[in-house]
Design a protein around this ligand. Structure first.
Ligand code: HEC
Length: 105
């Protein structure tokens, strides 16, 4: 049985990727809302320049391709900055789920 490095006991149900402990909503408002808006539709001033800020337009979110979305958030591309050096892996996983929710609204 392999021990989990992030948890003091071996493999409790909560054991997974390392997290800061902040909720997805707090992470979103601290790191993402400045460009994507609180609702994931893009802040209006920027959306004109970059319509892809509106997550409802995202093909990879519509296709539920969470692996690819994770890569995009972790490493960035084009005007989207990468967060792999700022956020622990578990936080990025939370943001993938939240982005998927926002894209459906
Ligand atoms: C500096 C502005 C900025 C910040 C901050 C930012 N993004 Fe982005 N993001 C962008 C832009 C611009 C794109 C579109 C890039 C393109 O397609 O050219 C994008 C694209 C994305 C996409 C991909 C959509 C697709 O289908 O290609 C996801 C998912 C995403 N951002 C999530 C996040 C998350 C989560 C955060 C916070 C951790 C975040 N972004 C922070 C600017 C930003």
């Amino acid at each position: 049985m392999s021990a989990c490095v992030t948890c003091p006991t071996s493999r409790p149900p909560s054991c997974g990727s390392p997290r800061s402990g902040l909720s997805a909503n707090v992470l979103w408002s601290e790191h993402c809302a400045v460009c994507h808006g609180a609702d994931g539709r893009g802040v209006p001033a920027r959306r004109g320049l970059d319509p892809r800020l509106d997550l409802r337009r995202s093909e990879m979110l519509a296709a539920n391709d969470h692996g690819l979305v994770f890569q995009r958030i972790a490493y960035g591309y084009a005007a989207m900055p990468g967060f792999a050096h700022k956020l622990p892996r578990g936080d990025i996983e939370l943001l993938v789920e939240l982005a998927a929710e926002l894209a459906k609204r």
